[in-house]
Design a protein around this ligand. Sequence first.
Ligand SMILES: [Zn+2]
Length: 378
Amino acid sequence: MAKKKVTTSVKVWTMILCILALIVGFIGAGFVYIYVYKPESDTFVSGDFEAHFMELGNQYAGDCIYIRSGDTDILIDAGSRENSGDDIIEYIDQYVTDGVLEYVIATHADRDHIAAYEGIFEHYEVKTIIDFPLTNKTGDDETNILRTYYEYRDLEVENGAKHYTALECYEESVDGAQRVYQISDSVEMEILYNYYYENHSSDENNYSVCLMFNQGDNHYLFTGDLEGDGEEELLNYYNGSSEERYTLPHCVLYKAGHHGSNTSTTAELMAVIQPEYVIVCCCAGTSEYTTDKANQFPSQQFIDNIALYTDNVYIPTMINPDYVDGADSSVLPYTSMNGDIVFSVTNGEVELSFSNNDLKLKDTEWFKENREMPDAWK
Ligand SMILES: [Zn+2]
C-alpha cells in the first residue's frame, strides 16, 4: 500500500513537471518569436495610409520616404548617398513583395534626394515617375549623380514606365499626367502647384515637387527642400487669391521642409497648415552644411516656428556623441535618434512607431545639449 502511494505521488509530480515544462516552453518559444525571429515589419503598426521615414545609414541629411496605401507603393526620393540604396531596398522589400513601385517621385536634382536611384531603378519595376521640371544643374553644371539619375530613369521609361514632370501634371495635353492620383480607396496623392515648376530660382531647392496626400479630412504635406520663398509662392497660389480654388488645409503630418533648415518651415506656412506631427529627414547635428550650431539641422529657427503648433517632432538619425574622429573605427559617426519612423493612419486615428525609441525631439539628450527650449514647449 505504502509502495503504491509513493508511485502515485511520483506520477503526480511527473505530470506537474511536464505541465510546467510545457508552459515554460511556450513562453520561451513566444519570446524567441517576438525578439529573435519576428520580422522587422511587424514591429510597426500597419494602416490605411503609412509613411515610412527611413534611416539612411550615414551622417548626412537626405530624404527617403516610402509610402503605402492599399496595394500602392510609393517612393519619395532616394537620398542621401549612392550606398544608401542597399539600406533602402532592404527596408522596402519587407513590404514590396511583387517588386513593383507604382510611383516614384524625385523632388529635385540635389544629391541627397536622388543619390541611390540607380539601385532603386535596377531593383524595382516602376510604373510612374514624377520629377522636377527645372534644375540649374545643366550643361557644365550637370553632376554625375544627376546624369546617373537621368540615365536610369530613362532606362526605366524604355522598359515601360510613364514619366511626367510635376508641371506636366498641370498640362491637360500630356496624356496620362494627372494632378490627383487615387492611390487607394481612401487616399489620393495630389501634385501641388509650385510657382518654381516654371520659373527660375537661384536656389535649386525651390524646384522641389510638392505633394499633398488627402485621406478624408486628414492631409499630409511633403514639400521636399522648398525654401521660404517657395513656401510664400505656395501660399500665394493656394490661399492668396479670392478665386474659388483649393486652399491649403490644416495638415496632420508635415515632412519638415529642407531637413529642418532655418530657411524653410516659415511662420506664415505653419500658421496655415498648423501641423500635428512633424518628421525631419536629417541626421541631427550634422555639420555637413554649416559649423554654426544653431543652424545645423534641425535648426533653432525651425524649432521655434514649429513649436507653436506641436511638440510631436521626430528625427531618424543623429550625430553619435561617442564618435571621435580618427579614434576607434568601430564607433560610427552617426547613431539612431528615433530610428526608422512610421506614421500610420487607420479610420482617422494616427499611430506612430519607431525602430529605436519614441522620444519627442524636446526630450532627447541631443536637444537638451544643443537647442533652446521654446516657450511653447516649456
Ligand atoms: Zn535635401
